[in-house]
Design a protein around this ligand. Sequence first.
Ligand code: FES
Length: 571
Amino acid sequence: MTDLRSARWFGGDDEVALLHRVAVAASEYAPGRPVIGIAVTGSDLNPCHGDADRLADAVAEGVRRRGATPMLFPATSLGEDLMKPSAMMYRNLLAIEVEEMVRAYPLDGLVVLAGCDKSVPAALMGMASANVPSLVCLVGARRSGDFDGRRLAAGTDVWRELDRRRSGEASDAEWAQFETCLGRVGPGICNVMGTAVSMGLIAEMLGMALPGSASAVAGGDDILASAVATGERVVDLVEEQLRPRDRMTPAAFANAARVLAAVGGSTNAVIHLLAVAGRLAVPFDLDRLDAEVRDVPLLTDVEPCGRGLIEDFHASGASPALVAALGDLVDRDVLCADGRSWGTVADAAGVRGPAIAGREHPFGPAPTLAVIRGTLAPDGAVIKVAAASAALSHHRGPAVVFSDYEDMRRRLDSPDLEIGPDAVLVVRGCGPVGAPGMPEWGMAPIPRALAERGVRDMLRITDGRMSGTSFGTVVLHITPESAVGGPLALVEDGDLIEFDLATRRLDLLVPPEEVERRAAAWAPAESAHVRGWPAMYRKHVLPASQGCDLDFLTAPTGGSTQFVEPVVGRS
Ligand code: FES
């Protein structure tokens, strides 16, 4: 019989245990059975999680089938569309909530309903710290809508239509029709290889979500069956006492990085991987990531790096088929969430469909993702090579500097902006401290005057992020960020900037003595955020190169998660 954490609340003959038993008298609780918390993240404010309540009931059903007690509770819903300045600023808040709900309540195991971008890393971070047997239940990818006779790619088609709109190609009627079509699409996460599916696949590779669930269609039979199986499996994990730290190993992180590269996944996932690793003191940093992904080609044909949608990836065999295609590029001995090795899962995958390629005929060359350094990014930056223009892989041009997002929005289309197609757009003030919260402001649109001349891509560099559904030659997450005095803060209009993918460098071609002069004259801007979560976030957030976690939430190198159980007595 497993020692249950919940027994500390419910076992015994004193008034404390009596009151605890009374508190659950109206529930399904039965003495001696594991209690499984199910964090429900559905919300009217988050359409991506529109199916979360139904899936939570399915998880509960799976828990009951294994003889345990499901306990549903609400948790913060991180909706990418409406949260401002960015759901990224609230990722750490949900991670804290997950950890603290486990600490405070008599839970033996945990399932978090997650899917929309930041909810998956938040769940993984909280689970890593609390370290009770846990699984993520993914909410499914939304069905593709229809626009102008073709399937709609969430997010990616928005950027594409925006380009058409800005260049004058899309009429008012087409733009309105596009909005109507987008609005008809039902619940679920973005149906391209954006951050949400990228993080779902990472959760799978870390052994924290059932294989194949990241790409299942919302509302379909596969995702419902997966939710029930998640409920069943988490009870098994409690009985086997298999905890997140047992499964999120260095080898699992290496596999996750390689899968991310093989799908041309979101650059945001790099930050999240670093943050989860930081919770576990797993030695995984930007250099490690770059080494892991260097030889991995693009093996999936899914937007924004390819042509298909997530439903095509799922129909082609999903993660099991992808792992089979990766062959010895992944460690097949790593365990997945259902207890099998990834080698076993891959061998059972069967014939893969057209959206997943073998290594001998990839959809694109390695690397699909690269870590960049140089005088402008001494602590690192990231570029999604698979979504960038090969013609810009070596580029030198004059800087056009925007001091922050609002400056960029105000001046980008101004007739007074002097800019040519070889310019390097610098968008700063978008980092974790500067914005704050590091919104997806980094992919500046092509200035209208150039878009109308047919320019579709330019080199853009930023300390911000871009949506996982985006594309273009954008060097992101430049660290240190400008708000703390990183070199990006010192760039002036007209400075020459050089980017070279082959050597992975981004350099400011300004004499060192001039850079020193500018640095001596630089001072941080005053922030209006002097209270509340934004103030706490700014004070404690780590740089993007370390995952943007809060400094007091990471685990010391080689240390435990430092999770301290509460005293269970009178409240
Ligand atoms: Fe929620 Fe894309 S906006 S997953």
